[in-house]
Design a protein around this ligand. Structure first.
Ligand code: ADP
Ligand code: ASP
Ligand code: MG
Length: 402
């Protein structure tokens, strides 16, 4: 049975850990598995590379930027291959272009278009363990691209889809997906089974545990995900289609995104077309705009929207160029987004009321808010994040003592 195993940055963060991962792979081979391994860069390495690029130009998102960021994975897959060879296992380290992981050419946020699954299967059948660099791809004209921060998860699911594997294991530094980030909410509980839709909301609302596109691909190709610990030998969280998940609590998780930035324009330039032009220019430059709100007073209209921290400088530059001196553009940096998510919200009225009551009671002002059938999200000051997350977690009976 071919199993895809993805190891994150912390899991390969030192030579000692790489050796441990190699031991684990060897043990799985002895149990009869045929592993295909995907690895991220050693922890901290991609951040270091980003900082180097930013020292020269914080706005560059071109071929050089992606080539630089992709280099971290080359080191970790090479080290892991050496560790396996030392244990008598034949390993084949592979960069994206060697495995035909084709992407579009949107640098730093590229999307995988195809993977050469036949090549992967052929390697496995030759009894070598493919060790694939996560996070990277190659364009039709052989430029190196990257898939967005956290993108190695997506590489793993794309490989699983390309060979028709029905499950993909994501090994990480937490034992499971929790009801909230266990680093923020101490009373967070492990979730044994979660449905795709909830995981997709969690990932898109900022939960770092899985890359958003990996869940999207898993749904499309029906790949079940198993998020589990690199350091402990036990099952973690299974992410499966809705009918197969066991419980549907009203709220299944509280998710946060601490890298939210809000841009405010006041007064919004009048005249038709300003907003459509603004948001299409931002989209053309690859900037994902999250929550948008507008309000009026006698002096004019205020437009506010949120983007991720990594896009904030470029978004500000675009807005400044478009409004010139006709309006004030403010950038609010110390923001965070907090969300409650649950498919059970569809059938339970009153969740929004409880959400606002909790934040009111602990005096947390809300800057922007948005809701859907299965989530409520609010942008708040980062300094209030922990108490807001803990308050909401308790209100929706997610604490581990209830
Ligand atoms: P990796 O390097 O293995 O890909 P990441 O740092 O990308 O690991 O993702 C794992 C981290 O996700 C955890 O250390 C944890 O702090 C964070 N996280 C955020 N939300 C959750 C959650 N709901 N459950 C578990 N972990 C979460
Ligand atoms: N190394 C990349 C990052 O740090 C990809 C990943 O870890 O998934 O974002
Ligand atoms: Mg990750």
């Amino acid at each position: 049975m071919i199993t895809i195993k993805k190891f994150g940055g912390t899991s390969v963060g030192s030579i000692e850990r790489i050796e441990k991962v190699a031991d684990r792979i060897v043990a799985d081979i002895k149990k009869g598995q045929k592993p295909v391994v995907v690895a991220s860069a050693m922890s901290g390495e991609t951040n270091r590379l980003v900082r180097l690029a930013h020292e020269i130009d914080p706005l560059n998102r071109g071929p050089g930027y992606d080539m630089l960021l992709a280099s971290g994975e080359q080191v970790s897959i090479a080290l892991l291959s050496i560790a396996l060879e030392k244990r008598g296992v034949t390993a084949t380290p592979l960069l994206a272009h060697q495995l035909g992981i084709q992407t579009d050419s949107i640098y730093s946020k590229a999307r995988i278009q195809s993977v050469d699954g036949e090549k992967l299967k052929a390697l496995v059948n030759q009894n070598t363990v493919p060790i694939v660099a996560g996070f990277q791809g190659v364009t039709d004209d052989f430029k190196i691209t990257t898939l967005g921060r956290g993108g190695s998860d997506t590489t793993a699911v794309a490989l699983a889809a390309s060979i028709g594997a029905d499950a993909c294991e994501i090994y990480t530094d937490v034992p499971a997906v929790f009801t909230a980030d266990p680093r923020l909410v101490k009373r967070a509980r492990e979730i044994p089974v979660l449905c795709y839709e909830e995981m997709m909301e969690m990932a898109s609302l900022g939960s770092k545990v899985l890359h958003f596109r990996c869940v999207e691909l898993a749904v499309k190709f029906n790949v079940k995900l198993h998020v589990r610990s690199t350091f402990e030998e036990r099952e973690g969280t299974w992410i499966v289609p809705e009918g197969e998940s066991m419980e549907n609590p009203v709220v299944s998780s509280v998710t946060h995104d601490a890298s939210t930035v809000v841009l405010k324009i006041f007064p919004t330039p009048s005249g038709t077309g300003f907003k459509s032009q603004l948001f299409s220019t931002l989209a053309e430059r690859g900037i994902v705009v999250d929550i948008i709100t507008q309000s009026h007073n006698e002096e004019g209209q205020r437009l506010a929207f949120s983007v991720s921290e990594e896009d904030a400088l470029l978004a500000k530059k675009i807005v400044d160029e478009m409004v010139g001196s006709s309006a004030r553009v403010d950038i609010m940096k110390d923001m965070a987004k907090i969300s409650t998510i649950g498919v059970g919200m569809r059938n339970h009225p009153g969740v929004a009321a409880r959400f606002f009551q909790v934040l009111d009671a602990i005096r947390v002002p809300i800057h922007l808010v948005t809701t859907s059938e299965i989530k409520i999200s609010a942008v708040i000051d980062k300094k209030n994040l922990e108490k807001a997350a803990e308050g909401l977690h308790r209100e929706f009976h997610l604490d581990d003592d209830v």
